[in-house]
Design a protein around this ligand. Structure first.
Ligand code: ATP
Ligand code: MN
Length: 482
């Protein structure tokens, strides 16, 4: 019989073509039944749901049916039937079964039971096959799409900034070196230092920590641009919110001041959240149940808000906007500070905010996302616009519940004089940054931008607790297996 193309399970579950013949291909999650009838739960990655395949045992070769195990890949031709038992609209009555790939079940690490996230991290090559990581992969794709849709609708241009860079001035973090020199036998200068003029690019190069500086160059000609690329930080920070390789979205806009920047950041975050609610509801429902299951044993006041409720809550409320100084006052007089509960006590103006402080403001004090502005210049990068007080800069950090800092941004210093002044104070060599400074020499304008860590956003939207679980193959200290 002529067979039409394979149909994806996500489409089959929506179909009303009862009685039609179809072909599905996928991986067996479970098989159960008795000597008369078997039920196969089949998943093909197209949605969180499995498709039920009904197999009348007497119609099939016994040896073939034995090979249908958890993990095996199969192709099924059968009839679409209305389902009564499986909790779904349709199921397939199997007519022909082909084993595409057997699975050695004794060695297969994924059993039809709950595995810990820690264990699944050790088998990241197979974890796509679990409900949780399937859901995360689909949500991640939707969020990538939503990022491009948001900026495209607003007329922003996507710019690819380099991954290999010779500038290490951004100061956002420790960098990974990029070299083709023989590390066991590096060429030396007369002073005994490594001679990078002999290296591939004729100078020392690194993996980028941010596309911002190049993004600014584009914005100061194109108006509004954004980058969305991989960034690398070689800090040895083994936290649940840091990766060594992560993806960052960095819009940069000419003619935007700090208020415009904050408005854009808030609108952007809400757009992504709304997009997830509108387009990923089955996966979010699953992730919500997963989270509630995981938090079952926590005390009521330690449990997080139900996932979908939390996302809707953020959509429904304006973010609180206040200055760093106001935040310091709140923190200084807060109970945990007075009782010595913070690991890093707040002494006053100048203290760098740690995630414990950020989360206190968001989760305990305001109970809403917060945007902090006007940080002391000493704890921020050289390119942030100096305020008239000479002491603070036009920085903004967006703080989210459960995450802490999700966005960091600022209005940029547009005065050549002030910018070079800050660079001198911070020992940043002007010669290396001549191209960046040129934008302030030739038609400088007010402009602003920010960086959203894509995986921090993914943590928030999926409710997952560890950033290593929202990127398929995490890179972190001592972690680069797959
Ligand atoms: P943090 O203080 O949380 O370490 P940061 O201030 O060093 O972050 P920025 O340089 O401001 O980070 O980077 C912009 C955004 O990139 C941050 O707001 C965050 O969302 C994300 N980000 C920064 N570092 C990491 C990392 N190591 N892993 C994942 N995301 C990160
Ligand atoms: Mn930051």
């Amino acid at each position: 019989m002529e067979q039409k193309r394979r149909t994806r399970i996500v489409d089959l579950l929506k179909t009303s073509e009862i009685g039609q013949q179809t072909n599905v291909k996928g991986w067996v999650r479970t098989k159960r039944g008795n000597k008369h009838v078997n039920f196969i739960a089949l998943n093909d990655g197209s949605c969180i749901h499995n498709l039920q395949i009904v197999v009348d045992v007497p119609n099939f070769d016994e040896e073939l049916l034995k090979r249908i195990t958890t993990g095996a890949s199969v192709s099924i031709i059968g009839e679409i039937c209305e389902s009564t038992g499986s909790g779904q609209k349709v199921e397939i009555q199997a007519k022909e079964i082909e084993i595409l790939g057997d699975c050695d079940v004794d060695k297969y690490p994924l059993q039809p039971k709950k595995h810990s996230l820690e264990f699944l991290r050790e088998i990241a090559h197979l974890r796509f096959r679990t409900n949780t990581f399937g859901a995360i992969a689909r949500v991640r794709h939707s969020m990538i799409f939503a990022v491009h849709e948001f900026f495209t609708k607003k007329g922003f241009l996507n710019i690819h900034t380099p991954i290999i860079t010779a500038s290490d001035a951004e100061g956002a973090g420790e960098m990974f070196k990029v070299t083709t020199l023989d590390l066991d036998n590096t060429p030396k200068t007369e002073e005994g230092q490594i001679d990078y003029s002999k290296d591939f690019f004729g100078k020392a190069t690194n993996l980028t920590v941010s596309g911002q500086l190049e993004g600014e160059l584009a914005a100061l000609a194109m108006g509004e641009i954004y980058t969305f690329g991989p960034t690398f930080r070689a800090e040895n920070s083994n936290t649940t919110r840091h990766l060594s390789e992560f993806w960052m979205i960095e819009p940069e806009m000419a003619f935007y001041n700090l208020d415009d920047n904050m408005d854009l950041a808030e609108e952007f975050l809400k757009y992504l959240i709304k997009y997830a609610l509108d387009n990923c509801s089955d996966d979010l429902k699953f992730l919500s149940q997963r989270l509630q299951e995981e938090e079952k044993n926590k005390k009521a006041d330690e449990r997080s808000m139900e996932l979908i409720e939390k996302l809707e809550f953020v959509l429904a409320h304006d973010f609180i906007r206040l200055t760093y100084s106001e935040a310091i006052d709140i923190l200084k007089n807060s109970k945990p500070n007075k009782k010595g509960k913070f690991k890093y006590p707040i002494t006053g103006f100048g203290s760098d905010l740690q995630s414990e402080h950020e989360r206190f403001l968001v989760e305990k004090h305001f109970k809403k996302p917060v945007i902090l502005t006007d940080y002391p210049k000493d704890i921020k990068a050289f390119y942030m616009k100096l305020n008239d007080d000479g002491n603070t800069v036009r920085a903004m950090d967006v703080l989210f519940p459960q995450i802490g800092e999700i966005i960091g941004g600022s209005q940029r210093e547009d005065s050549l004089e002030k910018l070079t002044g800050r660079m001198k104070e911070m020992d940043i060599p002007e010669e290396e940054m001549w191209w960046y400074l040129d934008t302030r020499r030739f038609g400088s304008v007010e402009h602003s931008g920010f960086g959203l860590g894509f995986e921090r956003m993914m943590l928030f939207v999926t409710g997952m607790g560890n950033i290593r679980d929202v990127i398929p193959f995490p890179r972190a200290p001592k972690t680069a297996e797959f």
